[in-house]
Structures are given as C-alpha cells and as structure tokens.
Design a protein around this ligand. Structure first.
Ligand code: FAD
Ligand code: NAG
Ligand code: NAG
Ligand code: NAG
Ligand code: NAG
Ligand code: NAG
Length: 469
C-alpha cells in the first residue's frame, strides 16, 4: 500500500506502518477508501456488547455503510496485518476473543436492511440487521421469516452458526433456509456464494465467521397475512417442588413441528422460580392440547396468550440488556435427568446468595428437530442437528470480583449436564459455547473438512476470533 504523503511513505519504508499503523494512519488511509456514510471511531462504546466478560477491546471501530465498505476495510486491514473482528449484534458470548487495542472492530450495524422479492418468497437480510428489524419489516409486509427468539441479536450472527428460532420445527434452522450469501473473503474479494460453490456454501452454514464477513444473505420466506401469523405462546410458572415432574415431562414430550418448549430457572421479584415457556404455531386450543402433559402438572401462573409474530420475542427482551458481566456456559444433551436438575436448582440458589446476581438465569431450549434432520447432517458444516436439548447458564453481575465464583458455578453446571448427556462425546452448539471447547465439541464430524477448507480459503487465518479452526 502506497501512502499519499512523504511522511507516510517514510514510515512505511521503515516497516513501521506495517507493524502497527497508528490510529491516525488508519483514520486517514482507510477513511479515504470508504463511502461517505462510513465512520471511524476510537470509542468502542459506539458498538456496545451484550457482555463485558471476555469481550474484545478494540482500539478502533470502523462503522461501515455499504457492502463495498466491508471489502475495502478487509483489504486494508489484511494488507496492513492488523487484527480485526466483525460485529453484528454484539451478543457473541464466547470468552475467547483476543482482539485488543491494536485491533479493529468492523461494526456491521449500518447494513441493517431487510428487503423482499416481489412474490415475498425470498428475503435479503443485511449483515448488520438485528432480529427485531427483520421481524418488523417482514410483519409489515405480510411475510413470515424464520428468526431467532431475541430481538436484539444479529440475524446473521445467529444464523451463520446454525440459527435456532420458534419456527425451526416448521422450516428447519436458519442454515437450512439460506439461498445465497454475499461475502468478503480473506483474499479481499466480495463474492456471491450459492450451492454451486460447494465448499464455501457448506462451510459458511455452521462456521461462517471463520470464512468471511457476510454482507448480506438471501433466505427463503413465506408470504403470510398478519392475521394468520399468530401463535399461542408464553409462560407457565411452577413452584420449585415441581422440578422433577416438569423435567421428566419435557423429556417425555413429543415435539410436533409447530411446537417448542423452554425451561428457565430465574428470579421473579427477587425470588428464584421455575418458568416453562411454550410455543405453538396455531390456535390456543391446539396448543393447550399439545402441551397437556405440562399443563397437567399445575402451574401457579399461566401467562400464555395468542400473539402475532411481531410480539413473540417481547417476553425475552430482558435478556437483551447490554453491559455487565455474563459468563455463559453451555452443553448439549439428549436426556433430562430429574435428579441432575434438582442439583442444578440447588447450585443456582447457592450462586444467587452472592450480591447483585439476581439476573442470573439457567435456560434449556427444546425444539422439534425432524424438519432440520430431513436436510441431512452433511448438508452443512453445522454439527448439532442430533442434539435434543441445548442448556446454558448466564451468570449475570456487575463486578469482575465475582468472576471466579461465576466460573465455578457455570463450569459446574456444564459438568453436571455433560455427566449424563446421553452422548458419546461432549457437544455444544457453537453459538452457545463458552469459548474453551475443543473444535471437535462444537464442529463434531465437520472438524477435519472445515480445517482443510480453512487452509485453502483463509491460509493466513485472518478470521480467527470465533471458534478458530
Ligand atoms: C440474548 C440472547 C439471545 C439469543 N437467542 C438466540 C436464538 O434465539 N437462537 C440462536 O440460534 N442463538 C441465540 N443466541 C446466541 C446467538 O446466536 C449468538 O450469541 C450469536 O453469536 C450472536 O450474534 P450477534 O451478531 O448478536 O453477535 P456478534 O458478537 O456481533 O457476532 C458473533 C460472531 O459472529 C460473527 N458475525 C456476526 N455477524 C457476521 C456476519 N454478518 N458475517 C460474518 N461473521 C459475523 C462475529 O464476528 C462474531 O465472531 C442468543 C444470544 C443472546 C445473548
Ligand atoms: C438501521 O439503522 C439505522 C441507524 O443505525 C436506523 O436509523 C434505521 O432505522 C435502521 N433501519 C431499520 C430498518 O431499522
Ligand atoms: C478469492 O477467492 C474466491 C473463492 O475461491 C475466488 O472466487 C476469487 O476469484 C478470489 N479472488 C482473488 C482476488 O483471488
Ligand atoms: C450491588 O449493586 C449496587 C448498585 O446497584 C451497589 O451499590 C452495591 O455496591 C453492589 N454491591 C456489591 C456487593 O457489589
Ligand atoms: C467432557 O466433559 C467432562 C466434564 O466437563 C470432562 O471431564 C471431560 O474431560 C470431557 N471430555 C473430553 C473428551 O473433552
Ligand atoms: C457427532 O459425533 C458423535 C461422536 O462424538 C457421533 O456419534 C455422531 O454421529 C456425530 N453426529 C453427527 C450428526 O455427525
């Protein structure tokens, strides 16, 4: 890269610019290559993160405005050997980020468009769109789109790792519904990847952040009038003495395509309690019949309702609160063992005796898997289709002095789940993993092919911050 002024040429000549270009150099050289809507800042708070635990601490944030801005930024940073990380919603909770003050965060939030084909059977989602933006646009246009269940999360941030959401039983995962990606690769090209590019098509759907920055994705969507786009969903609240019955009932429940069910340990008005959320894409009567075994246990409160898609995620908005420390440990498992869940409840209550921990939550997500399994385990690099339950615990508190206790609680929770997970090896959904897992645990049988493709498409490993291959 030739700089335009004599001073910069001199610095480059001494190799200084290549080793650690100063912030001023990044500003002047890179800004000149970007669209007028893009901006460069040295205040990381312009792109806030969900958790401060293990978070990247970039010295520079490039907020892009166009797909070409992403390409220009990657080309510049690769040439200058400057480490970087893309950020969409900022919820990635892996504690393994290593981006420090010399690093650049590429803030994709400006790429937040959601557009539809004329017949509404395809949606194009920008690389920075948040789930609530996709849902708002879809609902306003009489379209149903598969998304994750939290409004604040990046639509593609979640989708590239797999993408669970309320409609998985009907459509499969996000990765099962993509049609093409626009992506900036390690070699600096902005290319469109379709099923014809077999290698990258397979790799991006499950390990996307390791192969490029997706600037937009085309996905299947379904034309649907607002009045038809409703589900019976909400909370069934149980006293703690029902834990064994509730966990056994979830274990025994056959999840039909329109259904999913989550289990939470959380606090309500300061008191720990057991919440089961149910979802049925259909009528209340159908939903109550499908979840009869859960209802029969006798919740002390029932806050379910028939809601339009635009409101399905509202109940989880509390989880969207950004900031604070939230180390999150996770494990996949294939059977609920009620005695294990009694132990988890006891450990959870013990952790809550620490000050300012009342937002700490234990969650298990349970989806109907037949549809996603119908696509075949080798159709994408995503490696979690055989896992029935994904459990995680978010320890949530303001002060780093509690980190060691939170790590002990979280890893203890994970040990308990792994101990009787019904699986032949430890397994975790990549987007839920803590960050210390071996590749085999998050990528399972896809690991070796991913590693081969990584050598081919990103030989210098510039995309190295997310379950690095
Ligand atoms: C409150 C909450 C709710 C959640 N709900 C769900 C859910 O319903 N379903 C589900 O499957 N998961 C869910 N998750 C997990 C979620 O999938 C991951 O946290 C995901 O990594 C977050 O994406 P993000 O864009 O918000 O985060 P980011 O931290 O911005 O991104 C995470 C990783 O993906 C990379 N990345 C993001 N966008 C792109 C892109 N366009 N191209 C290339 N790489 C990219 C980033 O570089 C980073 O390495 C949830 C997480 C939280 C905290
Ligand atoms: C996209 O983001 C910009 C600012 O970040 C915001 O003004 C705009 O409303 C967003 N677009 C949509 C569709 O939400
Ligand atoms: C970058 O890699 C892609 C995928 O292999 C290829 O299509 C493209 O031509 C490459 N670009 C350059 C500049 O080599
Ligand atoms: C708990 O948080 C409050 C503010 O909400 C703070 O004043 C207090 O010092 C905190 N206590 C501990 C032990 O961290
Ligand atoms: C699986 O997890 C358990 C409990 O955390 C751990 O002791 C064990 O070493 C792990 N196994 C492998 C193969 O990593
Ligand atoms: C994942 O790996 C396990 C061994 O740990 C294996 O039994 C299983 O079949 C693999 N699953 C898939 C979908 O490849």
């Amino acid at each position: 890269m030739r700089s335009s002024t004599g001073l910069l040429s001199l610095l480059a000549g001494f190799g200084l610019a290549c080793a650690h270009p100063s912030r001023g150099l990044i500003d002047s050289e890179l800004q000149a290559k970007l669209s007028t809507g893009a901006s460069i800042s040295h205040d990381a708070s312009v792109a806030p993160r969900w958790s401060e635990y293990g978070a990247p601490h970039p010295g520079t944030v490039v907020s892009v405005a166009t797909e070409a801005d992403v390409q220009a930024t990657v080309q510049y940073l690769v040439k200058k050997n400057i480490p970087f990380l893309a950020q969409n919603g900022g919820h990635g909770w892996s504690g393994a980020f290593t981006l420090g003050q010399n690093g650049v965060l590429i803030n994709l939030r400006g790429l937040n468009s959601t557009t539809f084909s004329a017949d509404k059977t395809q949606v194009t989602i920008g690389g920075g769109a948040a789930i609530h933006e996709v849902i708002e646009q879809a609902y306003a246009n009489d379209v149903q789109v598969l998304t994750g269940n939290c409004n604040c999360v990046g639509a593609l941030g979640a989708g590239l790792g797999g993408g669970y959401g309320n409609l998985v039983g009907l459509y499969g995962l996000a990765i099962d519904n993509y049609l093409s990606f626009n992506v900036v690769l390690a070699n600096g090209s902005l290319v469109t990847i379709t099923p014809a590019q077999e290698d990258l098509w397979w790799a991006l759907r499950g390990a996307g952040p390791n192969f490029g920055i997706v600037t937009s994705a085309v996905m299947k969507s379904t034309p649907m009038k607002q009045a038809d786009n409703t589900a019976w969903t909400g909370g069934l609240w149980f006293t703690e003495d029902k834990i064994e019955k509730v966990t056994q009932a979830i274990e025994d429940l056959k999840l039909e395509a329109p259904m999913n069910i989550f289990l939470y340990f959380l606090t309500s008005n300061g008191t720990p309690t057991v919440l089961v959320t149910v979802f049925y894409f259909g009528t209340e009567a159908e939903g109550r019949a499908a979840f009869k075994s859960i209802l029969d246990i006798g919740p002390y409160s029932d806050t379910t309702a028939v809601l339009p898609q635009s409101q399905w995620n509202a109940g989880a908005d509390g989880f969207c609160t950004k900031g604070g420390r939230k180390p999150t440990y996770s494990a996949g498992f294939n059977n609920f063992v009620p005695t294990t869940w009694r132990q988890i409840w006891n450990d959870y209550n013990q952790f809550l005796t620490n000050p300012n921990t009342s937002a700490t939550t234990v969650v298990v997500e349970c989806y109907s898997l037949e549809k996603t399994q119908s696509f075949g385990s080798d159709s994408a690099s995503f490696a979690n289709r055989d896992i029935r339950f994904n459990g995680f615990t978010i320890s949530w508190y303001p002060d780093a002095s509690l980190d060691a206790k939170a790590e002990a609680f979280g890893s203890g929770f994970r040990d308990l789940l792994r101990a009787d997970d019904g699986l032949s090896s430890n397994r975790t959904y990549v987007n839920f993993a803590f960050g210390d897992e071996e590749n085999q645990e998050v990528y399972n049988d896809s690991t070796s092919r991913l590693q081969q493709l990584k050598k081919k498409y990103d030989p210098y490993n510039v995309f190295n911050q997310w379950f690095d291959l």
